[in-house]
Design a protein around this ligand. Sequence first.
Ligand SMILES: [Zn+2]
Length: 323
Amino acid sequence: MQEECMQLVQSVLFGIQAYWAQLFIIPSKVIKLIDAHCRSYVWSGTNTITKKALVAWERVCSPKSVGGLNLINLHSWNKAAIAKHCWDLEHKQDKLWIKWVHSYYIKRTPFQEVIISQQACWMVKKILEARQVYSQFQPIVLQNKSMIRQLYFHLFRPQQRVPWKCLMFQNFARPKAVFTMWLQLQNRLNTTDRLKKWGLDIELKCVLCRLHLQSRDHMYTRCPYSQQVWSKLLQWIQFVQAPYNNWSQYVLGIIDAAKGKTPTAQIFKLVYTEYVYAIWIERNHRIFEKDSRTWESLAREIAYICCVRASQKTMQAIHHLDC
Ligand SMILES: [Zn+2]
């Protein structure tokens, strides 16, 4: 559900970015309103503005390498578009509006030293204010990337890259599975330990094993039910996982196995993502539908989906595997 809303929002934001933001500077008030509508739609599925969210919008709208979902951050895109105008002012002098700004405001002063006059129009002020945005920016002319896009990614450079970024790129799993794994990696799935913290009165036992308290760490690293599914899948893809004692060790092992472009890494990434999703759905089914499946049937279903999803190249590597 959230994943489907995400795809629609992505295309809306893409449209705004590809068309309006290239032509005009969008006022920040308008951006805030667009963001509020998109955010509410993703997290609640309605058009009413709500504050409900599992992950901050700022994070959702950031590149995958820094932990986001690569939705366009309109605020940053707008900043990049303004900075592009700024770069044009300094480097291109053939356009009419640039000649106009030069003769009225810049008047042969070195560009970085131009003082922003109080009387200057709103647009010129905004453009001149953007000078520091691109101060360390070196455009790469050879790459087939627009300068606004380059400036946009340049803005995210100071942010720290997430160690699990390899799981988010080139992942052949279904988008809804990737989305669930993305929440799982950040511990944002609504597991009962988290719901309890919000004051909800609910059954705390894990519905998969009915033995221990439910948390993300339990569900994916210690739960006997999940362990059986996971071991079966590992055996299927003939992968030996390093032993682990806690979530951090577990996730490091997952990252290590999913790194790189080899078919083995691709298969591992696909299987892990679909596994995370299937466990989460099984948990929800047990709670809301009072319906359950055996670990064998769940493992079989995951394997089947992975066979369908794997790319041709990856398939060659797993042709010996029996779905
Ligand atoms: Zn359990």
